[in-house]
Design a protein. Structure first.
Lengths: 250, 349
C-alpha cells in the first residue's frame, strides 16, 4: 500500500461488454459496470447468475471471449493472476488460498516474501510488519507462528482479508467472504471491509446475504442468467426492489 | 505503510479485541516451551530415537562409544544422508523420487567410465557427471510438474531406466582405479573427520538454510501444503517443483561420486534398493510423505538413526537380515511416534 494507485477520477476497475461462454452456456453476457474509487460494490444474484465468473474475470483467473477490462482507466492486456496482483487488485478466494501447513506470518507474505542480502528471508522484518498489520486491523490470532490449519474459519478469513488489504493498491475482490462464518465472525469481516474503504480502497463483494449488502455497500449490481439486469445506489433502493430484480419479478 | 505506525513494543503481542476472541493477550509468541509443545520440531522422534539407541549400544557393546566407531558411523551414513537430504526437497512438494539410487549408480558409473576408461581429466569428468545428474533431474521435474504425470510412476520408470543405462554402459563390469581426487573424497580424513561425513554435513547445513530461510524453501512447503493456494499466492510452482527434482538428482549424483570414491569401484549395481532406505531415513526424520513439512536436519537424523542401528547390530554380531527387520520396525515406529506426538500436541493446543 505504499504506492497508492488510486485516482479519484477513474474507476478502479471497469468492465465493458464482457462475455464469457462455457461450451454452449453463456455464463456472463455482455456485462458492463464500473467500480468507483473508495466504494463497496456488491454483486448479487441467484445461483448460476454469473457472479463468481465476473469476480474470476477481474481476478485474471478466467479469460472473457469478448469485451474488455479496464484497470485504473487502462485496458488490461495480460490476463494472468500475477499480473493482476501487480496492478493492485487482490482477491480473497472462497477457499481463501492459504497454505494450511504454514504459519500466519508466512501466509501473509506468501509469494511476496521480503529478502535481505543473498536472498535470505527477512523474517524479523516480515513478522514485525505482520504484527503491525494485524493489530491495525484488529485481527486476533493466538500467535504469528500458529499454523493456519489450527485457526478457526473466521480467523482464517480474517488472515486472507488482511493479506489482501496489505497488498491491494486499488481493489479487493471477495467471493462470498462470510458464507461459512458465524454471526460474530461475519461482523468482524464486515468491519474489515469498512476499514478497507476507509483506507481508500474499493471492495467488490459477491454475496448472498442481502442484509449484509445493505449494511455495507454503496452500490448494488444485480445479475440474472449471466446478464447485469440492474444497478442500484444502495441508499436509494429497498431490499424488496433488489429481491424482485434478482428473482425477475420486476 | 509501516513508517506511519508506531512500533509496538515486543511482548505486547497482537491486540485481542476481535469479538469472540479470548480476553487475554498472549505473550509475543508464547514462551519457548509453549511453542515447543504446540509445534515440536519435525526431527524430534529421530533425535530421541538416536539417543536411545546410542545409550543402549553404549551399554550393550564395548566398541560403540569410541571415536573410531562413531566416525565410522558418520562415514557410512554420509551417502544415505546426502540422498535423503535431496529427497527432502522433493518430499516437501508432496512429490517423491524413487530414482535416486539409480541416479546415484548412473552418476558413479559415468564418472568411472569417463575418468578411467576414457581417461578424461577428473574435473571434466566430475562436471560431465553433474551435468548428467542435472539432466535426469530436469527430465523428472518436467514430466512431473509440466506434464502432470504421477511422480511415483515417473521416478519408478527412472529407477529402471538409469540403472539399466548404467549397467549397459559398462556391460555390468565395475570400473576400479578411480582418480586420486575421487578416492580422496570418499576415503580421506580431514582433521580426524572422514571427508564423506564433512561433505554430508555441509550438504545438510546448506540445504537446511535453503529450506528454512529462502523464498524457494517457503515456496516448496507452500506447494506441499496446497499447490493451488501457492499458485494463486504468486509462488512460481512449476519452476520450484522442477528445481526440487533437479536438486534431488544433483545430490544423488554427489552421493554417487562419494560412494565410488569410498569403494574405488564404479558400476551399475551400486546401492541397489537404496531408494527405500533414503525415503525411510527422511520419513524417520519427520519429513512428511504428504508434503509440506520436514527439514534436511530431519533427514540427517533419520539417516544417523538407521546408520547407528546397522552399526550396532554389526557390533552385536547379528545378521544383515536382522538389520533389515530392525530398520523396518524403526521406520514404522518413528512415523507412529511422530503421528502420536502431533495428535497430542493438537490436544494440548
Amino acid at each position: 500500500m505504499t504506492a497508492m494507485k488510486i485516482r479519484d477520477d477513474v474507476a478502479v476497475v471497469e468492465l465493458r461488454e464482457v462475455t464469457k461462454r462455457y461450451g454452449g452456456i453463456t455464463a456472463v453476457d455482455g456485462v458492463s459496470f464500473t467500480v468507483p474509487p473508495r466504494s463497496i460494490v456488491a454483486l448479487v444474484g441467484d445461483n448460476g447468475a454469473g457472479k463468481s465468473t465476473v469476480s474470476k474475470i477481474i481476478a485474471g483467473a478466467v479469460h472473457p471471449e469478448e469485451g474488455e477490462v479496464l484497470v485504473n482507466g487502462e485496458v488490461r492486456k495480460s490476463i494472468d493472476p500475477t499480473e493482476v496482483r501487480r496492478s493492485g487488485i487482490e482477491v480473497v478466494y472462497q477457499d481463501l488460498a492459504l497454505a494450511p501447513n504454514l504459519d500466519v506470518a508466512t501466509n501473509l507474505f506468501l509469494g511476496r516474501e521480503r529478502v535481505r542480502a543473498l536472498g535470505w528471508l527477512d523474517r524479523s522484518g516480515m513478522r514485525r510488519e505482520a504484527r503491525e498489520l494485524l493489530s491495525q486491523l484488529d485481527v486476533y490470532v493466538p500467535s504469528l507462528s500458529t499454523k493456519v490449519e489450527r485457526l478457526s474459519g473466521g480467523q482464517r478469513q480474517a488472515i486472507a482479508i488482511a493479506r489482501a488489504t496489505h497488498w491491494a493498491q486499488s481493489l479487493v475482490v471477495m467471493d462470498e467472504p462470510t458464507a461459512a462464518l458465524g454471526l460474530r465472525e461475519t461482523r468482524k469481516v464486515e468491519d474489515l471491509m469498512a476499514t478497507l474503504r476507509d483506507r481508500g480502497l474499493s471492495v467488490l463483494v459477491v454475496s448472498h446475504n442481502l442484509d449484509q449488502v445493505f449494511r455495507l455497500s454503496d452500490r448494488i449490481l444485480v445479475m440474472r442468467r449471466g446478464a447485469l439486469v440492474s444497478q442500484f445506489e444502495t441508499a436509494k433502493t429497498s431490499s424488496e426492489e433488489v429481491v424482485a430484480t434478482i428473482t425477475g419479478v420486476m | 505503510m509501516s513508517s506511519t505506525i508506531p512500533r509496538q513494543t515486543p511482548g505486547r503481542g497482537l491486540r485481542a479485541s476481535a469479538p469472540g476472541s479470548p480476553p487475554t493477550t498472549p505473550g509475543e509468541e508464547g514462551s519457548a516451551r509453549k511453542r515447543w509443545r504446540a509445534e515440536p520440531p519435525d526431527w524430534f522422534a529421530a533425535v530421541a530415537g538416536s539417543l536411545l539407541v546410542a545409550i543402549a549400544l553404549t551399554f550393550l557393546t564395548d566398541s560403540f562409544l569410541t571415536t573410531n566407531n562413531l566416525t565410522n558411523v558418520l562415514a557410512q551414513t554420509a551417502v544415505l544422508t546426502i540422498l535423503a537430504t535431496g529427497q527432502c526437497f522433493v518430499l516437501l512438494t508432496a512429490g517423491i523420487d524413487l530414482s535416486v539410487s539409480a541416479t546415484m549408480a548412473f552418476a558413479g558409473t559415468m564418472l568411472g567410465m569417463l575418468t578411467v576408461t576414457y581417461e578424461w581429466p577428473v574435473l571434466l569428468g566430475l562436471a560431465a557427471t553433474f551435468a548428467s545428474g542435472l539432466i535426469i533431474g530436469l527430465i523428472n521435474g518436467l514430466l512431473v510438474a509440466r506434464f502432470a504425470l504421477p511422480a511415483f510412476i515417473v521416478t519408478l520408470g527412472g529407477l529402471l531406466v538409469w540403472r539399466g543405462v548404467a549397467l549397459q554402459m559398462v556391460g555390468g563390469i565395475n570400473t576400479t582405479g578411480l582418480p586420486d581426487f575421487v578416492t580422496w573424497l570418499g576415503q580421506e580424513d580431514v582433521l580426524g573427520v572422514p571427508a564423506p561425513a564433512l561433505i554430508a554435513l555441509a550438504v545438510v547445513a546448506v540445504s537446511a538454510l535453503v529450506v528454512g530461510r529462502t523464498r524457494f524453501g517457503v515456496g516448496l512447503r507452500a506447494i506441499g501444503g496446497s499447490a493451488s493456494a501457492a499458485e494463486r499466492s504468486g509462488v512460481p510452482v512449476l519452476r520450484y517443483k522442477i528445481t526440487a527434482y533437479v536438486v534431488c538428482s544433483l545430490l544423488a549424483t554427489l552421493g554417487g561420486i562419494v560412494l565410488v570414491g569410498r569403494l574405488d569401484s564404479a558400476g551399475g549395481s551400486l546401492g541397489t534398493g537404496m531408494e527405500l532406505m533414503v525415503i525411510s531415513a527422511a520419513a524417520i526424520g519427520g519429513v512428511s510423505l504428504f508434503g509440506g513439512s520436514g527439514s534436511p536436519w530431519g533427514a540427517f537424523f533419520g539417516a544417523i538413526l538407521i546408520g547407528m542401528i546397522q552399526n550396532g547390530l554389526n557390533l552385536l554380531g547379528t545378521s544383515a537380515f536382522v538389520q533389515q527387520i530392525a530398520t523396518g520396525v524403526i521406520l514404522v515406529l518413528a512415523v507412529a511416534v511422530d503421528q502420536g506426538r502431533r495428535r497430542l500436541a493438537r490436544r494440548w493446543a
